[in-house]
Design a protein. Structure first.
Ligand code: ADP
Ligand code: AMP
Length: 217
């Protein structure tokens, strides 16, 4: 089994890369943000609770987030491991994740960190459009779809996330520096962090990420 944790600020390109790496690495993308949004679409209690935090740009409480990851990792497609996108986001989540993996006789193999400066993060978030159906991510300037507003892969309409308002974007970046950035030292101390320059083309970032995973043991 292999567990890869993609780190990076909001807008760094975690989702973009996770979608591409799924096939190359033969590991499913486990995105807590996607899981919360799926719950919200299905109108579950968990989705409604998560939305009260997501809409403000704050983090969903740790217990709720850890429980959703635990359930997701128990599904069959995670038999080979998983590519974590957006989790863990706090030290408490990272500790709980380590414990969860230890119970399975597993561990985190590598933590590629997609490094992008805050100014670029804001530009990325401002132009982000997502496919309603497959979740593929586009950018109006940096990665536009062939046909405006339509997904290249499945022809579904694209939408802008509710939490991609200017105010929420700023708050998410703040929350990232306060609560998630400490995880960089946490994983660096464990010898798992590999920094990748996130301000390259999507293809080059992908190449560096694949290399980081190949070099891990
Ligand atoms: P995250 O999942 O880390 O929040 P996304 O994958 O949603 O980030 O990417 C945020 C935005 O930046 C999207 O609009 C995406 O198309 C764009 N993007 C991702 N990677 C790059 C890149 N290397 N160069 C330019 N734009 C990028
Ligand atoms: P993302 O799709 O990763 O950009 O996440 C969107 C939002 O979902 C975040 O701004 C948080 O409110 C919430 N969220 C996603 N992952 C987590 C997590 N690991 N811990 C807490 N909240 C999360």
């Amino acid at each position: 089994m292999r567990f890869v944790v993609l780190m990076g600020g909001p807008g760094a390109g975690k989702g973009t890369q996770a979608k591409r790496l799924q096939e190359t690495l033969n590991l499913p993308q486990v995105s807590t943000g996607d899981l919360f949004r799926e719950n919200l679409r299905n109108n579950t209690e968990l989705g409604k609770l998560a939305a009260t935090y997501i809409d403000k740009g704050d983090l969903v409480p740790d217990e709720v987030t850890i429980a959703i990851v635990k359930e997701r990792l128990s599904r069959e497609d995670c038999a080979n491991g998983a590519l974590l996108d957006g989790f863990p986001r706090t030290i408490a989540q990272a500790d709980a994740f380590e414990q969860l993996l230890a119970e399975m006789g597993e561990r985190v193999h590598v933590v590629p960190y997609i490094h992008v400066t805050p100014e670029v993060l804001l530009k990325r978030l401002a132009g982000r459009w997502t496919c309603k159906s497959c979740g593929h991510v586009y950018h109006t300037v940096f990665n536009p779809p062939l046909k405006e507003g339509i997904c290249d892969l499945d022809g579904s309409p694209l939408y802008q996330r509710d939490d991609d308002t200017e105010e929420t974007q700023k708050r998410r970046i703040e929350v990232y520096f306060e609560q998630t950035a400490p995880l960089l030292a946490y994983y660096r101390d464990k010898g798992l962090l590999v920094e990748v320059n996130g301000e390259q083309s999507i293809e080059l970032v992908q190449k560096d990420l694949v290399q980081a995973v190949k070099d891990s043991n």
